[in-house]
Design a protein around this ligand. Structure first.
Ligand code: SF4
Length: 363
């Protein structure tokens, strides 16, 4: 999508607005009618999309929309952010909360699945709503507690649990919050003696990279060790703007890792996956996890077939250097955690058998 066209559509906004994250957030495309104007009515499947957005809302930053190439229905950016009738056409028995996070919340929006760490869901809002999100059940749920009460409940619980050493701040997207709110949370967590490490999970470097400002980085730097995980799913998301955002975090001493989701028709070909991993390595972002898409309501059409996906990752494993390789995992409910899916197939097992003499030497 042409950036100039977007700017002129958005009330002839000035180019400097484009670089302002508040402007990007305020001007998110949230209505099907606006999408129709921008993409052309014929480019959208049908008017069933309004029924989709009444269940799972629409929000796309102008920046992320600008990464779309023309009106191709298979465009990888479009497939991640434009609603699809299949989101509401699935089996009614599919869980909304496949990882059973809701049953591991000792206080509202704090998920405590593993003894040594917990996940603080700070907001239900994101800069861009990813159609494959396994927490899309939150989008339409209004937040009954004020942010202040939510934070205080979380902080009190964490302070009373000495086994928790790491807190993952996520959402929704926590970086839609203002710096002073984030700083209040980070400083309060840092003041708890048993908290060693903080982690932020945010997709803003991909969908609204202008949110990573010098001021934000200077603030985050004060709360290291702080780890940052983001979610690039396709090489076309690696742009000069997203690379700059990651670089600013890295220059503040904050390691940036990537957690992709394997998505049907988006990144499930060896060529696209290889380019994504090479691209991440080029911007010094470590490919950390590749998640097999969860069986969440509204996301089934993104799920890939496990055998083919394992074969895909074997190919990648054989072609790419170790620094490019994420761990390919299936997240499962409860504390069992993330099951590695790499190296499970017969082919790899056979290859290993062929090298038995090598392993014998270690006996
Ligand atoms: S940014 Fe994260 S939480 Fe928000 S919609 Fe995308 S995947 Fe879901």
């Amino acid at each position: 999508m042409n950036k100039k066209l977007l700017l002129s559509h958005l009330n002839n906004a000035a180019a400097k607005d484009w670089r302002d994250w508040r402007w990007q957030f305020k001007n998110r495309v949230t209505r099907i009618e606006t999408l129709e104007t921008l993409l052309g009515k014929t480019a959208l499947p049908n008017d069933g999309l309004k029924a989709v957005t009444s269940v799972y809302p629409l929000a796309i930053t102008p920046y992320y929309l600008s990464l779309m190439q023309g009106n191709d229905i298979h465009d990888p950016i479009r497939a991640q952010c434009v609603p699809d009738p299949r989101e509401i056409s699935g089996d009614g028995n599919i869980p909304e909360d496949p990882l059973e996070e809701d049953s591991h919340m000792p206080v509202p929006k704090l998920v405590h699945r593993y003894a040594d760490r917990c996940l603080a869901i700070m907001t239900e809002t994101c800069a861009t709503y990813c159609r494959h999100c396994n927490r899309k059940r939150f989008w339409s749920h209004s937040n009954h507690l004020s942010l202040k009460t939510r934070m205080h409940n979380m902080l009190r619980y964490i302070a009373e649990m000495p086994q928790i050493r790491e807190v993952i701040i996520s959402g929704g997207d926590p970086l839609i919050l203002d710096d002073h709110i984030l700083e209040y949370l980070l400083s309060s967590l840092k003041a708890i003696p048993h908290i060693d490490v903080l982690r932020i999970g945010s997709r803003v470097p991909v969908v609204m990279p202008m949110r990573i400002t010098g001021e934000l980085c200077r603030m985050l730097k004060r709360y290291r060790p702080l780890w940052f995980n983001t979610q690039f799913n396709h090489p076309s998301e690696i742009t000069s703007e997203s690379a700059r955002a990651c670089n600013m975090l890295q220059e503040a001493g904050i390691p940036v890792s990537n957690q992709s989701v394997l998505l049907q028709g988006i990144n499930d070909s060896p060529e696209v996956m290889r380019n994504l991993l090479y691209g991440l390595q080029k911007i010094s972002v470590r490919p950390y996890y590749l998640f097999h898409c969860d069986p969440a309501k509204g996301c089934l059409h993104f799920r890939t077939e496990p055998k083919a996906s394992i074969a895909l990752m074997e190919k990648i494993w054989q072609q790419c250097s170790g620094l490019c390789l994420p761990q390919y995992v299936l997240d499962v409910p409860g504390s069992a955690g993330k099951l590695p899916l790499n190296m499970l197939s017969g082919k790899i097992k056979n290859d290993l058998k062929n090298h038995q003499h090598f392993f014998d030497k270690f006996k």
